[in-house]
Design a protein. Structure first.
Length: 399
């Protein structure tokens, strides 16, 4: 056979989507640093048989646990953050289990779908969507009914930008013998979190939010209490890919349940190391978030929340006379900046700016607010001044 026949075919030229001048200011995915992009291009070994990768994976999980102050065991799973939420519910839920779903946002209510998918009974308790869950209100409810295997709640609800006090709510639930599953996909690495102090049994995160790694990975911390509950199930976990126990002995057995996305995990590790070096991280997030809220409010743009603002995302109402699509399209086409609308019941009503991870820098936030000013003014919506300039002034006054 002629060797030429085994060569790669002629390289085809494809149209390139030119994104080099794009500024990503959505509430996830977020901007990825050059060093993270670089390591994802490194040559790879086999994540199936190379012991060095098993060591690398384990060390990466341990680094994550150290940053988030927990003795729980972290696993990195090949799938976007939603996989972690489903895996938690799949691994914890048996037919007929009563699960308390704390709902004060789109993702809080969404847990019920996973619980029912795995034949549990989801008991949804709703709270005011414009403020954090009140521990006193929850306690009143628990006094009447606390017969639940576990409870689900959201640390930081991305569609609304609300931050729930998990460090108060989870210990309260635990005092009634209720285990906890927390969605911290948007909160983790953007707002301060100690998983152990908050007494969280399963805590789920995502690579593409405040960590500022590319989308595609979910990170799940599993406590010994949760692990014991999984082992004491009467029926097998009704999933393979979303089964947390399949990872339990990966290091002892030198075997993963499926081939790991090694390049993505290289990038995740680099992003974690960036977080370790970023000693002003939480302060920077808080200051920028506060300045964004103050700037929008003073310009006459109405914020969605009344209280309990996350440091990672700000949600505001779409001004009368415009649609979320119009704003997003003009921000992208005229200013090369991506911001987002919202989801679920809030779709079409709210806009969101993601100031988390690498997005949380003064220059990009300033440019985003200046561009938003121009978009609104082009539609005869009154804005008192350039919001980008006002934002910078607000930052300077805070310092």
């Amino acid at each position: 056979m002629e060797l030429e026949k085994l060569a790669l075919g002629e390289k085809k030229e494809y149209p390139e989507w030119d994104i080099k001048d794009l500024t990503l200011m959505s509430p996830g995915p977020t901007q990825v640093a050059p060093n993270v992009r670089k390591v994802r291009s490194y040559n790879v070994s086999s994540p199936i048989v190379d012991k060095r990768f098993f060591d690398f994976y384990k060390e990466t999980c341990e680094k994550m646990a150290q940053i988030l102050d927990t003795k729980s065991t972290f696993y990195i799973m090949n799938g976007e953050g939603i996989l972690g939420l489903e895996a938690a519910c799949a691994s914890m839920t048996e037919k007929g289990d009563r699960v308390l779903v704390l709902d004060n946002g789109v993702y809080g209510k969404g847990f019920a779908d996973f619980i029912e998918l795995y034949q549990g009974e989801a008991v949804v308790v709703s709270f005011d969507y414009h403020r954090p869950i009140d521990a006193k209100e929850l306690k009143v409810y628990l006094e009447k009914d606390h017969d639940f295997k576990y409870a689900t709640l959201v640390h930081s609800d991305t569609p609304s930008g609300i931050l729930n006090p998990v460090e108060t709510l989870c210990p309260l639930l635990k005092s009634y013998g209720i285990m906890t599953v927390v969605d911290s996909v948007t909160g983790m690495f953007g707002d301060e979190l100690s998983i152990d102090k908050a007494q969280i049994d399963i805590c789920c995160g995502g690579s593409q939010k405040a960590l500022s790694a590319p989308p595609g990975l979910t990170m799940v911390a599993v406590s010994e209490t949760a692990r014991k509950a999984m082992h004491e199930r009467k029926t097998p976990i009704a999933s393979f890919y979303a089964n947390l126990l399949t990872f339990e002995t990966y290091y002892e057995d030198m075997h993963f349940p499926y081939t790991q996305p090694i390049s993505d995990i290289y990038g995740l590790r680099a992003a974690l190391e960036d977080v370790e070096r970023d000693t002003n991280r939480f302060w920077r997030h808080k200051v920028i978030a506060k300045a964004v809220r103050q700037t929008l409010s003073e310009a006459g743009v109405k914020l969605y929340l009344e209280d309990g603002y996350a440091s990672t995302v700000t949600a505001f109402y779409v001004p009368d006379g415009l649609t979320d699509k119009q704003i997003m399209d003009e921000m992208l086409e005229k200013h090369h900046i991506i911001i987002s609308g919202s989801l679920g019941d809030l779709k079409g009503k709210l806009m969101r700016i993601g100031h988390m991870g690498n997005n949380a820098n003064v220059t990009d936030v300033k440019n985003t607010l200046s561009a938003l000013t121009q978009v609104l003014q082009a539609h005869d919506i009154s804005v008192k001044e350039d919001m980008g300039e006002a934002f910078v002034r607000c930052i300077e006054e805070m310092e």
